[in-house]
Design a protein around this ligand. Structure first.
Ligand code: SF4
Length: 254
């Protein structure tokens, strides 16, 4: 019995702790967490890469002072939609310092969020452009830009606690995974907390919806809004609008 209770406690621990820590001030808690994230140097390979890119810069951005640090989450501190991406782009968020800001993926994503009422404007140019999210929060599974957009499993693991803290604070109703790596990263959290035994039966697809045990948020999947996907037509604005409108309905339901 005691064992079962311990299991139960363990299972839900990531859903509880940060609320107490936030002490009624989710915005303040997220600010403190963001300060911690941007000082992080746990992954030597990613630290080297993000700083190298920031130093060398791309010709088109030679007038920019690149951010070159980890990128914290961004959005509404009371959001019920948690959007989970993969990692900052080397010349996008690693340059501007805000998630999905300054690259084509971000242009596509924020336009879709604006169209469906989750953002106050379609453009996402820099940290001071006035963009605000409504009922949505965006973070990445890995907070530093990885070479070739491919983080190592060990780097995903190193970074996981930041995501867990955000999830435990926000307690979203829906997690929207942008691509399979984000989908798997979220399921890995549930697995590590004993909510699911394995992620094998939870197959990623664009528009997939998963009801998960123990009052966990519903998991919804979409193809990643990468330039490769949007330029080839694998992902279109209509496809994103459809999923986001469906999410609006789900959020409005009791
Ligand atoms: Fe830290 Fe995450 Fe960046 Fe690794 S990827 S250095 S854990 S912020």
């Amino acid at each position: 019995m005691l064992h079962a209770k311990r299991e139960e406690h363990h299972r839900h621990v990531y859903l509880r702790d940060a609320t107490a820590d936030a002490n009624g001030d989710p915005e303040g808690f997220l600010r403190i967490l963001a300060d911690e994230i941007i000082d992080c140097r746990k992954c030597p390979r990613l630290v080297d890469y993000r700083e190298k890119v920031a130093k060398e810069r791309r010709r088109a951005f030679r007038d920019w002072t690149y951010w070159g640090r980890p990128v914290a989450g961004f959005g509404d501190p009371n959001a019920k939609l948690f959007i989970l991406g993969l990692a900052p782009a080397a010349h996008g968020a690693n340059r501007t310092g805000r998630v999905f800001t300054g690259d084509r993926s971000g242009d596509f994503l924020y336009a879709a969020l604006h169209k469906t009422g989750f953002a106050n404007q379609p453009a996402s140019l820099n940290r001071d452009d006035g963009l605000q999210l409504r009922n949505a929060y965006i973070a990445a599974a890995v907070r530093c830009a990885p070479p070739a957009n491919k983080p190592f499993p060990s780097e995903l693991l190193n970074c996981r606690s930041y995501l867990e803290q955000e999830l435990s604070l926000l307690k979203p109703k829906i997690v929207l995974a942008l691509g399979k790596i984000a989908w798997d990263a979220y399921l890995e959290i549930l697995k590590s907390h004993g909510v699911i035994e394995s992620r094998a039966k939870f197959v990623f697809a664009h528009g997939a919806e998963l009801e998960l045990p123990d009052d966990s948020p519903m998991l919804v999947g979409v193809y990643h809004p990468s330039q490769q996907n949007t330029q080839t037509g694998r992902v279109t604005a209509v496809m994103y609008a459809k999923v986001l409108q469906r999410i609006r309905k789900l959020l409005a339901s009791p």
